[in-house]
Design a protein around this ligand. Sequence first.
Ligand code: F6R
Length: 604
Amino acid sequence: MCGIIGIVASSNVSGQLLESLQRLEYRGYDSAGIATLSNGELDRRRAKGKLQALIDVVSTSPLEGQVGIGHTRWATHGAPSAINAHPHLSGRVAVVHNGIIENYVALKADLMASGHVFESDTDTEVVAHMIEAALASGAAPLEALKSTLDRLEGAYALAVIVEGENDLVMGARRGSPLVVGYGDGEMFIGSDALAVGPFTNRITYLEEGDYVAINRESARIFDAEGNSVERAKHTVASSAVLVEKGNYRHFMEKEIHEQPDSSQHTLARYIDPVAGSPSEHILDFTGISRLQVVACGTAYYAGLVGKYLIEDIAGIPVDIEIASEFRYRNPVMDPGTLTVAISQSGETADTLAALRWCKERGLRTAAIVNAHQSTMAREADIVLGTYAGPEICVLSTKAFTAQIVVLISLAIAGARQRGRIDVATERRYVRELLEAPRLIAQTLSIERQIANLAQDLMRSCDMLFLGRGVMYPMAMEGALKLKESSYIHAEGCAAGEMKHGPISLIDDVTPVVVLAPSDELFDKTMSNLREVIARSGPVTMITDAEGAARAPSEVRVIIVPTGPKLINALIYAVPLQLIAYHIGVCKGTDVDQPRNLAKSVTVE
Ligand code: F6R
């Protein structure tokens, strides 16, 4: 969960390296660095903190050179500091790395015993020393890389430059993604298509175990055994425009506002509005007796929403588990189980490992994934893409609602295929789902009210979110979003569970946000809300017009559009995201890149 870039060009590359790192900053942002071959010699600049710190360093102390590598870091081994920032050097070699070298302690001990001196606390530095040691013993650069890779355990995407090699950047991947980008008289390797997006949209996605050598004109790719291989070239949709903030202050704000479009784009892939049914290709449920969802964070909450809806509408049992737990126990799986991984990035290490665990046991796998060329998208048997477009803010918003759109489509398709609903009911559900983009757009119009609410809530130390049914996972998602955006401690609880413990947290300064659409659970939720009021808890109730009419006078009410129950999660996602966004902005946090987080969590 760092970002890497390597460039061979015919003019100075430091500007391009920094531009690429700007695109990659979502992957990590506690330090950054670049190294180039300047007049044939290695030179580097590094800085602790956001990329801007490195940009400032480079502007006062420019770096020349037509061959270079760059890195933006999310610390795993070694504190975020300039000394631990990549690139790491040893002799003629400079290396940037995304991943974790698990056997670095033993490798480092060997290297130190043979006289290598280390300057950082990172796992990565061993890679630079190992390549250097191989070069010193006479190996050519690619041989030195290969012999090093053969001894590494763990996950890596690497970019390497070597002093004296003025037309070469080497790269390798195992467990972490790496792409090759083809320019005109310049070539690139980078963590993803966004990294090379400013320079080219012609891309090769390296396969697990591949390593590569690029020069100004071409790329030579080898598989893990060292065989020269061809990998397909793709022309990716030009995403340059999509990754600009446009008129918005933050990517988070932009991405929240993109949800009418992102949900529409996703719907268009799964719903046939003319036939009034899910598209035929969505999923054949024959032989599937159970779904096992694995996911992390926000994607997990999308899965939980999916569980409620799929079990309710399609009658298919759905188990769901946090991927980091699933992979380290022995879940009981039967052959009729379809494992469904949900992930925006398609690279989350725990989710990927859970998917692989199921594949290895012969189970069918599907991935609901936003990054369509990601490892999960390539490894799952069935790919159910979300079409939210690149999500740059570290906090997931539009990918979350797109995941729910896919899950609702699956619920309808499963229900129909299993004969749980008739054609008329299927058409009704489809009509309701097709309302989602319009109702999400309408919900966005409450933003001013939420901005005012944020002014009042921003000084809180703790907040509670309550909901029943589908609003329970939504309450947990609202709490997660708020923690990330504002560093306010928040919890999402099932409203009915309050009295079993969390109610002890209620006092007159802890705001409680209650999600209460006027459905069959409304009265139950109101009872829980009254329990909070009775204990002087300040309550904000998010509800529709009918719910507002029945709201107790003590509560502050935010009214969202009245939607069909089927899509309430999509409607209520919007106020929750806006609360998190506006409280974060009021508090002055960096909502796009909150502390300690990274967008793509490719470590355990
Ligand atoms: C929350 C958030 C994270 C991710 C989680 C999974 O706003 O963004 O909780 O949802 O890290 O990431 P993906 O979906 O890429 O697997």
